[in-house]
Design a protein. Sequence first.
Length: 231
Amino acid sequence: MKPVPLDARQEIKFVTNHYNYDRVINWIRMNGYGFVKGYADRWVNNVYFDTYDYAFYTANLSGQSSRIKLRYRWYGEEKYPSIGRLEVKNKRNYFGWKDVYPISNPPCNENESWKTIIRNISKQLPQEASNLLLSCGCPIIVNRYKRTYYVSFDNKIRITVDQFQSAYDQRYKSFPALDSNSNQPDSIVIEIKFSRDNREIANRIMQGFPVRVSRHSKYMNSVDSVSGNRV
């Protein structure tokens, strides 16, 4: 088991209806910690991989203290996998960190199968990451959302706000299937992210936040939305 790295961070999540979007954004902008946009707004796209028996989903569902998610992420308007990065998202109790592997050559051309896409990604990975993808590389969900980024004046606290979520069922599909969007709730997801050393600052910032803390996983929710039931 890998030790928790010193730069591991915590994430506190909030979920609310989209009609609260302006209220949330105004609260962030008016907060005393001087939040400003860290990046331009952009679309975030992911394909989540799992084992054929949903080991990663099950570990999250049961609340295991040590678990991972495996996804390929790219940014922009393109809905099909483009230049991006493979991410192994590690979770250990309250702390999380990502192992990130950049992919510089596009893994997907028109009409290519998931098998080919996975092979194209795998060829650009170090051996350990390649082995993980090839052994746990069953595409389950493609999801996308528009993300707004904020960072505090001292760069210690980051806030992301995600809206316009969509999810596409890839289970049992040989080729990417991105025409039929599942029924996603009209909600926004807010994440406050900080290192373990800045927990007290984050607590002060969260005082008066107009939304309640929620346990939320885009992967879990997307699987539930396309299956209609827990797998």
